[in-house]
Design a protein around this ligand. Structure first.
Ligand code: NZQ
Length: 389
């Protein structure tokens, strides 16, 4: 097991109707609140009215910045930083999914950063401070409500890049599973693919032995696979959503990478798909992850066979390790397809014309690698993309 320090300070407030407590919770951080949200789903569902009422009841002053798009854009982040300075914002309240939360985090960290906030996302700058961010989650998916990450797209050049730092942990996150009832099928599926990928990125590690977290990740994966069909077929199943929502947060709150080093190549490669083609992150992961598995399973066939048997329920008795792994990957693809997701690039509208460009961008012109379990060079990334065709 690798050495680690684990300190996730995000306070989780979980359960029915708990968004009504947002005013009381937010008032601990000051008077001026920036309410940050997306394209209007929170207005349609009535959540916006409940949030504003709770904030006003607590005597808080509410400023607003809406219009966050999926694959959140740098231009809105810059606007948000200016607004926070102008209105002396004390807390940014993100109401939405990963895109809104990531945009809020970028504004929060950009507020104190002296240069251009994009420097943080390219590794040119570093941060040690951010405005407090709180969240009300409306889609179980990205795990950003309790993570150190933020992923932003710079429109010029279509670069989608992550920034990770402990100052980005939200101060509190409100998780009401009922808020997921209004999600369309496609977003439910993308969210499930994303949280599944967060667990698999952590699972495929070179650290050994890591028995506790192996078992915890396997359990979380099995729980997601059990409840995904429940929430897809019965959108108002509270118990099903409670399992999925908490699994999505738990998958990415860093408790499951304690003692291990995750891979993350699939995420990095997917960011090139979303950056150029503006597709949903979860939809891209459903295509990239099986291809990444096919390209890399020989690196540790025993670990892949363990996953295939324990998680994908492959019967190993009459199979070699390799046959077991391949059956596990096939079962994983079937699971993704059962959610309604494509597992090949053409299913998300991508042909082979820009594979080389994506491989080049992912590896900064073949000067860096992606992934930790196996370090992939540009030619490897290209091969993974080819396997996804
Ligand atoms: O904008 P609105 O109108 O709110 O609509 C959103 C959006 O169109 C809609 N939606 C959200 N909640 C809803 C709803 N529609 C109806 N009812 C609801 N309750 O869903 C659409 C997608 O929202 P988005 O926030 O983009 O989804 P998600 O949570 O999947 O976030 C994806 C983003 O998170 C990043 C991804 O790269 C992507 O940009 N990630 C962030 C991570 C992190 N910070 O730790 C890790 C993740 O792996 C991921 O990379």
């Amino acid at each position: 097991m690798e050495d680690f320090t684990f300190n996730n300070p995000t306070k989780i407030i979980f359960g029915k109707g708990r968004e009504r407590e947002v005013g009381k919770e937010a008032s601990a951080y000051g008077k001026n609140i920036l309410l940050h949200y997306g394209g209007g789903s929170i207005k349609k569902s009535g959540l916006y009215d409940r949030i504003v009422a709770s904030l006003k009841e607590a005597g808080l002053t509410v400023f607003e910045l809406s219009g966050v798009k999926p694959n959140p854009r740098l231009s809105l982040v810059r606007k948000g930083i200016d607004l926070c300075h102008k209105e002396n914002i004390d807390l940014i309240l993100a109401v939405g999914g990963g895109s809104v939360i990531d945009s809020a985090k970028a504004i929060a960290v950009g507020y104190y950063y002296k240069g251009d906030v994009w420097d943080l996302y390219t590794g040119k700058g570093s941060a040690d401070k951010a405005l407090p961010v709180a969240t009300v989650l409306t889609i179980p998916a990205a795990g950003s409500e309790s993570s150190t990450g933020s992923v932003i797209t710079k429109e010029e050049g279509n670069f989608k890049r992550p920034f990770d730092h402990e100052v980005l942990y939200p101060v509190f996150s409100i998780l009401n599973p009922e808020l997921a009832y209004t999600l369309p099928d496609f977003q439910v599926a993308c969210g499930i693919a994303d949280m599944t990928a967060h667990l698999l990125e952590r699972y495929f590690t070179n650290a050994k032995p890591v028995g506790l977290t192996d078992r915890l990740i396997e359990g979380a994966l099995k729980n997601i696979m059990e409840y995904a069909p429940v929430v897809l077929s019965d959108r108002k199943n509270y118990d099903g959503w409670a399992e999925i929502m908490w699994s999505g947060t738990f998958a990415h709150n860093n408790s499951l990478n304690t003692g291990r080093i995750g891979d993350w190549a699939s995420h990095d490669i997917e960011h090139e798909l979303s950056g150029i083609y503006d597709i949903a992150h979860g939809a891209g992961l459903a295509v990239i992850f099986p291809a990444w598995m096919k390209y890399n399973y020989k690196h540790d066939i025993k670990l892949f066979a363990q996953w295939a048997v324990r998680v994908m329920n492959v019967e190993q008795k009459f199979r070699s390790d390799e046959e077991t792994v391949l059956a596990g990957i096939a079962a994983f693809e079937q699971f993704l397809e059962s959610l309604g997701l494509a597992v090949r690039l053409d299913g998300v509208g991508i042909d082979e014309s820009r594979l080389e460009e994506m491989a080049d961008k992912a590896t900064n012109g073949d000067t860096t690698t992606v992934g930790n379990f196996v370090k992939l060079k540009k030619s490897d990334v290209y091969n993974v993309l080819k396997l996804a065709l």
